[in-house]
Write a protein that binds this ligand. Structure first.
Ligand code: 8YV
Length: 316
């Protein structure tokens, strides 16, 4: 049964089972598959009540303006930096995301990048595969995890989940976030103070204009030549040119990156740096978590259809 006037525009698809669920309840229009998206929007734009999208695609002001009856944007992501929230607030459009269900996977991946950089796992793998082990002997000594000073910038659910992992590995944790939280971890006022204290700086804060290039040369130099940057937030948070210079000039020891300023085409200079562990913006990319995210998208749209409200509203 399709609900009249509540057509759904798929800007970026979610998991197949959840797409089937939406198809059973609504008339779907696939902007993601259209060879003439402008024509599709002209034809069905006034019928669209809901958008389905993902964090990497979002919904910009141009798209939103083409949909006069749009009432909800449901994204399969915790980040909403690719959605024009100002346009949504102006029009009273609900925006829902998928928090909580991805917290543990993203924290696992961020912590995995920490382990990989400190124990140089990718280089060690190459050491074995290349035959260097038999020619050059033992791999260089690396860095112990126990006792490591880890600064977590952004201390929401993901940052706190990373902190729990650090504690379990006997590391020392401090955090900095926009709002001080009642948590059993040392809080420092800003990114510069955190980087000055930390040996590893892990970015877990939201992307968007408010945090763009928050981590630049000054913060990276405060982290210093024995420091490591881990980013599971957004590429926009880091001045990537400053990061690359710091790594190339030895002013920063290492980096573990899940996100980039120019993804999916990271700066080619990053690809040449052996002290950088590269991951393709996939921290939530497991079957279980993406299924849970997709189900929450469906549940948000169904809740909006039936009650006029979403379940996990960012803007409402
Ligand atoms: C998304 C993410 O799945 O949740 C986020 O904000 O970055 C990922 O988990 C990704 O953006 C998919 O587009």
């Amino acid at each position: 049964m399709t609900t009249p006037g509540f057509d759904v525009l798929v800007v970026s698809p979610i998991r197949p089972r959840q797409m089937d669920m939406l198809t059973a309840e609504f008339r779907l229009h696939r902007l993601d598959l259209s060879v003439a998206p402008e024509n599709l929007l002209s034809e069905v734009g006034d019928r669209i009540g809901a958008i389905v999208t993902t964090g990497g695609v979002g919904a910009d002001a141009t798209l939103i303006s083409a949909l006069p009856n749009l009432r909800i944007i449901a994204t399969s992501s915790v980040g909403v930096d690719k959605i024009d929230l100002t346009a949504c607030r102006t029009r009273g459009i609900i925006v829902t995301n998928t928090p909580a269900v991805l917290t543990e996977d993203v924290a696992d991946l961020g912590f995995g990048l920490l382990i990989a950089t400190q124990r140089r796992l990718v280089e060690a793998d190459a050491w074995v595969r290349s035959g260097d082990w038999s020619v050059q002997g033992a791999f260089p000594l690396t860095t112990s995890l126990a006792g490591l000073k880890v600064g977590i910038l952004g201390f929401g659910a993901i940052g706190q989940a990373v902190a729990r992992r650090c504690e379990a590995f006997r590391m020392e944790v401090a955090n900095s976030s926009r709002s001080a939280r009642d948590v059993p971890y040392r809080h420092v006022p800003d990114a510069l103070a955190l980087a000055t204290w930390a040996e590893v700086l892990i970015l877990c804060l939201p992307g968007g204009a408010g945090t763009r290039h928050l981590v630049g040369r000054e913060v990276l130099d405060a982290l210093g030549p024995d420091g490591t940057l881990i980013n599971v937030a957004r590429g926009s948070v880091v001045d990537e040119a400053a990061l690359i210079s710091a790594l190339e000039e030895g002013r920063l020891k290492a980096a573990g990156l899940d996100v980039y300023e120019t993804e999916p085409y990271p700066d080619p200079r990053l690809l040449k740096l052996r002290q950088v562990v590269l991951h393709p913006h996939h921290a939530s990319g497991t079957v279980a978590t993406r299924d849970a995210m997709a189900q929450l998208v469906v549940d948000n749209i169904l809740a909006w259809r039936d009650t006029g409200r979403g379940l996990t509203e960012v803007v409402g």
